[in-house]
Write a protein that binds this ligand. Structure first.
Ligand SMILES: Cc1cc2nc3c(=O)[nH]c(=O)nc-3n(C[C@H](O)[C@H](O)[C@H](O)COP(=O)(O)O)c2cc1C
Length: 173
């Protein structure tokens, strides 16, 4: 059977936009994702989907920890540009970015964030180009009031594009 795939429909699937961070020794890094989702309530577990080429993938794979910052809809575009279109292999993204450290030392970005969580990886799933990392929340804290940045708001109001390393990348849009 030949698959009949209408990729336009994929754009109607809703997401939020988050910053996922990790570390290894003295190196700290983070990237923008639209793929954070809660998997279970008890224990509280979240998943994220990361491209295997990304520096953040290397760091989560070795540290088995990641941070999630729930971004505000007022997050400035240059901040998203730094974390969503540049690689930590080329630039130090943490040079001027406010963050705290979780108990493990994992950096948790506080700038433009409604709150942060630290996650201890318990499961991984290799899916061709990307890995699904699932883990338990070991720390979370609300930092501010406001509205979370959604994928729709990013595209419609900020006129943002999606990076080619994102799972939702579509070269025709
Ligand atoms: C709106 C948006 C959503 C993105 N979503 C994801 C995602 O869910 N997973 C992913 O691996 N990359 C995603 N990316 C791409 C990464 O943020 C990008 O490849 C980043 O430069 C990787 O940085 P690193 O090499 O320092 O880890 C997204 C980018 C943007 C702008």
């Amino acid at each position: 059977m030949v698959p009949e795939v209408d990729r336009n429909l994929f754009r109607e699937v809703s997401y939020g936009i988050y910053l996922v961070s990790s570390f290894d020794g003295n190196r700290k890094n983070g990237q923008i994702v639209n793929t954070v989702i809660q998997v279970t309530s008890d224990p509280p577990c979240f998943a994220v989907i990361i491209n295997q080429k990304n520096f953040t993938h290397e760091l989560i794979s070795s540290s088995k920890r990641f941070g999630v910052s729930v971004l505000k809809d007022s997050t400035p575009f240059p901040f998203i540009g730094l974390f969503g279109f540049k690689s930590g292999r080329d630039v130090n993204k943490f040079e001027n970015v406010g963050h705290i450290e979780g108990a493990s030392g994992c950096p948790l970005v506080t700038d433009h964030s409604l709150g942060v969580m630290e996650i201890n990886v318990t499961h991984t799933l290799d899916v061709v180009t990307h890995t699904v990392f699932v883990g338990e929340v070991v720390f979370s804290k609300t930092l501010d009031d406001g509205r979370p940045l959604t994928y729709e708001y990013y595209h419609v109001f900020l006129k943002g594009k999606t990076s080619k390393n994102a799972p939702t990348y579509n070269k025709e849009t």
